[in-house]
Structures are given as C-alpha cells and as structure tokens.
Design a protein around this ligand. Structure first.
Ligand code: ZN
Length: 201
C-alpha cells in the first residue's frame, strides 16, 4: 500500500482522471496536480464546462451523434448532401472523417460493431434507425466507413444484406496503402487488400 499524500477529494480527482483514455495513474496524478495549481484558470472553468456538458449533452435521435441539440448540428446543416450517409462505428470516427473534410455528407453512428461473443447483436446497435432513414427515401449512397477489423467487416456485410432491398448504392472505404506509406513496411494482409482494390491510374 502506498502512503496517501493528499486528501480524499484530491484522491478522487486522480482516480477519476485515471479513467480517461490516454491517462494512466501516473499521468492522472500529473494532470490533477496541474489542475490544482491552476485552480482559477483551469480547474474552475473545467468544472463549469463539465457541469454544463452534463446538463446539455444528448444523443441525436436521427443519427446517434452527440451534441447539445437534437437533431444534431450535422443533421440540421442544410448545406450538407443529404443523399449520402456515412455509417460509422463511433462518434470518434465521425470526428475523424470530419477532420479529413473529404465529404460533405451526413452520418449514422452505429454505437459499436456486431460481436456475438460479447453479446452485441443487431438490436444492440443503431441499425433500425439507419433502415428507417433509408426507407424514408432521398438517400442514394450509403458509405460503410467502418473499421478494417473482423468485427467492422462482419458489420459491413450484415448492413449490406439489410440494405439490399433498397434502391441505394452501398460502398465501403478502400483498404490498402496509407498515404505516405512504404510497401516494404506493410503487412501481407494490407498489401493483399491494396492489390485487390487497385484502381485505374
Ligand atoms: Zn444527427
């Protein structure tokens, strides 16, 4: 047992910070100490921002994105192309695709991937909502922007089956050589996928 160096309030702060992805116990202690030292400039405003987020954050009833308004800012943005829906596993993927700013489409957040071993079936994911959106019409293309993992691809196959009855083009992200990547450093699976999905130059 290590000796306690701070009161229970600070210990609690450290324990909670240690649960944040990317922060282990050591980084959590450093972060807590930094916050405490910057009480006025950082700790107070952070506590206020968190309290406000707790009050206002909600899940978009259309696409599953998180925002402070429902429908979310993406769904209510009239400048976006409503005929294309990018299906993603998680909100983090939506943010990543937005950073790439390659498409000005709408999204649908599944909230995970099919994983029978973990008890995650179609009903545990936001799939019914996607089918409803497609059934309402106006969507021409569904881009399955899921991870290139076994679960991601299983989910993509399932969704392709579910969407086969609709007049909608179903596409997926290309698998292959990353931008700036060197062939010699790629694994065989990635190289094989890159060859299979080669495109005309
Ligand atoms: Zn939305």
């Amino acid at each position: 047992m290590s000796k306690r160096v701070a009161g229970p309030e600070i210990e609690r702060l450290i324990q909670l910070l240690a649960k944040v992805p990317g922060l282990g116990p050591r980084s959590a202690r450093r972060a807590a100490l930094h916050l405490i030292k910057k009480k006025e400039q950082l700790l107070g405003p952070l506590a206020d921002a968190m309290a406000e987020a707790v009050q206002k954050v909600r899940v978009c009833s259309t696409c599953g994105n998180v925002d402070t308004v429902d429908p979310c800012s993406v769904c209510s943005d009239q400048r976006r192309d409503g005929s294309v829906i990018m299906v993603v596993e998680d909100v983090a993927d939506l943010w990543a695709l937005e950073r790439a700013s390659a498409m000005n489409a709408r999204y649908h957040v599944l909230g995970g991937t099919l994983s029978p071993l973990d008890g995650i079936g179609p009903d545990q994911l936001n799939i019914k909502g996607l089918i409803t959106r497609i059934a309402e019409g106006g969507v021409k293309e569904v881009i399955l922007a899921v991870n290139a993992t076994v679960e991601g691809q299983t989910t993509a196959h399932y969704l392709t089956d579910q969407l086969s009855g609709f007049d909608v083009k179903v596409t997926r992200l290309a698998h292959g050589v990353p931008v700036g990547g060197e062939l010699d450093y790629l694994d065989e699976g990635t190289l094989a996928a890159a060859l299979k999905s080669r495109t005309a130059f």
